[in-house]
Design a protein. Structure first.
Length: 159
């Protein structure tokens, strides 16, 4: 496994790439320094203070194990019946959604939480605009891109 610390200039560049990729303001100071780990070829965990992101190719996604990171994104709460499907990689379907925050347009990152304790169980990318979700009665609303027990989750245990 490779581990390295980026210079302040490279950290700033990486933070800019993460922010533009996710359409998000991380609120980092320009002097923040990032560290990275690559437990497997092509998968990099980038740490900015308490914020953790996973990079695969050019795509950045928030890591489920970092509550500080997840707090930056809108949430969807799903019912108990949807949990086992989501943990097997299924997309978030409209009938399983109990409540949701507005996330805006398509391809936005959304945190999926379970209803009982509010724990984050998956990260999804929006397939529909949040304004249209209430009108739907069926169909996929979020594509599951990271969930508890997936490759990223298990790789982070080795870091």
């Amino acid at each position: 496994m490779k581990k390295w610390v980026l210079s302040k200039h490279d950290s700033s560049d990486l933070a800019d790439r993460v922010q533009s990729s996710l359409a998000l303001d991380l609120g980092l100071s320009r002097s923040s320094q990032a560290s990275c780990e690559e437990p497997k070829e092509g998968v990099v965990f980038a740490h900015f203070d308490m914020l953790i992101f996973v990079r695969t190719g050019d795509q950045f996604i928030p890591f489920l194990g970092s509550q500080e990171t997840l707090s930056l994104f809108p949430n969807v709460v799903v019912d108990e019946g949807a949990i086992r499907f989501l943990l097997n990689g299924a997309d978030v379907m409209r009938p399983g959604i109990k409540s949701f925050d507005s996330w805006g347009g398509l391809d936005r990152v959304v945190v999926v939480r379970e209803e009982k304790k509010g724990r984050a169980i998956a990260i999804g990318k929006s397939l529909v605009e949040s304004d249209h979700v209430a009108e739907l009665s069926k169909g996929a609303c979020l594509k599951n891109i990271h969930h508890v027990g997936d490759e990223f989750w298990n790789l982070y245990k080795t870091v």
